[in-house]
Design a binder for this molecule. Structure first.
Ligand code: SF4
Length: 394
């Protein structure tokens, strides 16, 4: 529990217009074995009506907020690049009409190797996309098969070459570690293979077995070995040691970038607990002190937009106390931690005054450290972050 009396109102920062926009494309060529994201294969007939519906929500959201300047746009999924180029370009054009794009705005698109061509990437760059995030996950055939990925390691390498050839200035690769049967040496080989592609940014995620997925069922019936949490921690520590040697700066629990300018500015909006708009099926927004989620299935989403109905499936009012807690929890994901000056400017109080017990206990356990400028997780705390986060919850 927080150690302070409940504040009476949200911060001005939480009520500001959104400077970040997320657009969800819920389609994939096939469903990966570990995936419980909102993504659907075999819905090609829905691509065009879905984009029409999404354009309408983007237009309404831009109008509702008076066309605020966007610092970041993130087209995620799913696999956005399964859409025909013409639909993606319409979406980008509509976004630029519905909102103002701030000079130098970061525009990211997620893509899977095997779904991109030089023509598509070139068209996206000309339409303003300046950051590409590839879901590579592994560069070893056995693990790509285990994960049910529909691309090969050679296609991943080719996809990076195509993005460079198209002149995209920033390329990020996602990898997954802690896989069933993955020895540390296999992970190290994967990381080296990824580094050989010279990405600008890396996102490394520990595998989570999501109930109901084919991979989780394979593990529960004994057909697939159980992932080993201790080995996963060892793999994370290897990445933490290896990536700085290769010139990558660790800036968030799961993220490394070559330079501060190549950090994901869009995701920094989330980690700083600032407002964002989300459009599309299953997309979330944090606006005007409310977190709102859209209906998950794209068919339901399209039907509601066509009938002029609300697409909201869930809505939560963020209390001032929850805003404080989430600002700490999300901010501690950043390796630099929660800036005390930024926190004081937002809430009018120092984090230590607001959370003396949570901070004191976590510090005593060796999970948190307090400097003059920031409060941050220790290296051990980065492995056991949940033990810290839970202490800030209201
Ligand atoms: S590509 Fe990503 S979103 Fe699509 S099924 Fe695989 S893991 Fe899920």
């Amino acid at each position: 529990m927080p150690d302070q009396a409940e504040p009476s109102h949200l911060s001005a920062a939480a009520c500001a217009p959104p400077a970040s926009l997320y657009l969800h494309i819920p389609f994939c060529p096939a469903k990966c074995s570990y995936c419980d994201f909102s993504s659907y294969p075999r819905l090609g007939a829905l691509y065009a009506p879905y984009v029409e519906a999404l354009l309408r929500e983007v237009e309404q959201t831009g109008a509702q907020w008076g066309r605020p300047p966007l610092q970041t746009v993130y087209i995620g999924g799913g696999t956005p690049t399964v859409l025909p180029a013409a639909l993606l370009l319409r979406l980008l054009e509509a976004t630029a009409r519905a909102f103002e794009l701030a000079p130098g705005a970061e525009i990211t698109i997620e893509a899977n190797p095997g779904t991109v061509t030089l023509e598509l990437l070139d068209a996206l760059r000309r339409a303003g996309v300046n950051r590409l995030s590839y879901g590579v996950q592994s560069l070893q055939p056995a693990f790509l098969r285990l994960l049910g990925r529909s691309h090969s390691a050679a296609q991943a390498a080719q996809a990076v070459r195509l993005a460079r050839a198209a002149g995209l200035p920033a390329i990020s690769l996602d990898l997954i570690y802690g896989l069933p049967g993955q020895a540390p040496a296999a992970w190290q080989a994967d990381l080296e293979a990824a580094l050989a592609l010279e990405p600008d940014h890396l996102s490394l995620y520990a595998l989570t077995l999501e109930p109901g997925t084919p991979l989780a069922e394979g593990v529960s019936c004994g057909a697939v070995p159980e992932p080993d949490a201790e080995l996963a921690a060892e793999m994370y520590e290897h990445a933490e040691a290896r990536l700085p040697q290769a010139g990558y700066d660790h800036y968030e629990l799961s993220n490394w970038a070559r330079t501060p300018a190549q950090r994901s500015r869009h995701n920094l909006t989330y980690w700083r607990n600032l407002p964002y708009a989300g459009c599309g099926a299953a997309a979330y927004s944090f606006l005007a002190g409310r977190r709102r989620g859209n209906v998950a299935h794209p068919r339901d989403y399209v039907a509601r937009i066509q009938r002029g109905e609300s697409t909201t499936a869930e809505e939560e009012r963020i209390s001032p106390k929850l805003e404080l807690a989430e600002t700490m929890i999300l901010g501690l994901r950043l390796v630099a931690g929660v800036s005390r000056a930024r926190f004081r400017a937002r809430f009018g109080a120092d984090p230590i005054a607001v959370y003396p017990e949570a901070i004191g206990e976590s510090t005593a356990l060796g999970l948190l450290e307090t400097g003059d400028e920031a409060i941050r997780l220790t290296p051990r705390g980065r492995l056991l972050g949940n033990q810290v986060f839970v202490r800030f919850l209201p």
